[in-house]
Design a protein around this ligand. Structure first.
Ligand SMILES: C[S@@+](CC[C@H](N)C(=O)[O-])C[C@H]1O[C@@H](n2cnc3c(N)ncnc32)[C@H](O)[C@@H]1O
Length: 188
């Protein structure tokens, strides 16, 4: 992900693949706005310490800020998006941007009340299941982007609950369904 030259507009982030330069990969699109709002509200359940993996278009980050959490940490790998994130974070005293690959930044993290995992093109995404457990407090809410249109417990957490939302995505290559299942794992 770090290597791609991104095309960033107000409505989407894309890149052209090296295998076939006419093929577009969609990183983030604004049709997800309402879903990002819901994920934000899940991780801000007690307006505590919030951790996000991936800034993207900053949609979830902007919704999280509306809840005025105590702290809001964002890890982002891509130089073009880091620049946007830093700009966005100006004058937001509760925001900390951590630059780099999240798997290499774990020593900079603490314990959080809400965690939203939403990376893309991330070779290590499956490590999130084990990592999440090291970042939680009692009653932490953990949620993640679920790209399958069904209850999908890819990270192997026990007792995950799902809230279903009807969606109508435009053409893209990461979510084809008409129903989105927003996952929530509450740690004890
Ligand atoms: C789908 S976007 C996030 C969308 C965001 N939730 C929003 O509302 O706009 C995924 C983001 O994860 C970042 N990312 C991908 N791999 C990463 C990694 N290994 N570490 C940190 N960030 C990563 C990408 O650069 C991209 O900005």
């Amino acid at each position: 992900m770090r290597q791609q030259n991104l095309n960033i507009t107000d409505s989407q982030i894309t890149f052209n693949t090296t295998d076939n330069p006419t093929t577009i990969e969609y990183v983030m699109m604004d049709w997800e706005d309402n879903l990002m709002k819901k994920h934000a509200s899940v991780v801000c359940h007690n307006k505590g310490d919030v951790l996000e993996f991936g800034f993207g278009m900053g949609i979830s980050a902007t919704y999280i800020q509306k809840h005025k959490p105590k702290s809001h940490t964002i890890i982002e790998i891509h130089p073009q998006i880091i620049k946007k994130a830093k700009q966005w974070a100006l004058n937001k005293s509760n925001v900390k941007i951590i630059e780099g690959d999240w798997v290499k930044c774990l020593d900079q993290l603490g314990k959080y009340d809400g965690i939203f995992f939403d990376t893309y093109n991330d070779d290590n995404y499956l490590k999130f299941g084990e990592t999440a457990k090291t970042l939680t407090k009692p009653r932490t809410h953990v949620t993640w982007w679920n790209s399958l249109s069904k209850p999908d417990n890819v990270y192997g957490f026990e007792d995950v609950t799902y809230t279903k939302y009807n969606v109508n995505p435009p053409k893209n290559n990461y979510f084809m369904g008409k129903e989105y299942y927003l996952p929530l794992k509450t740690f004890s």
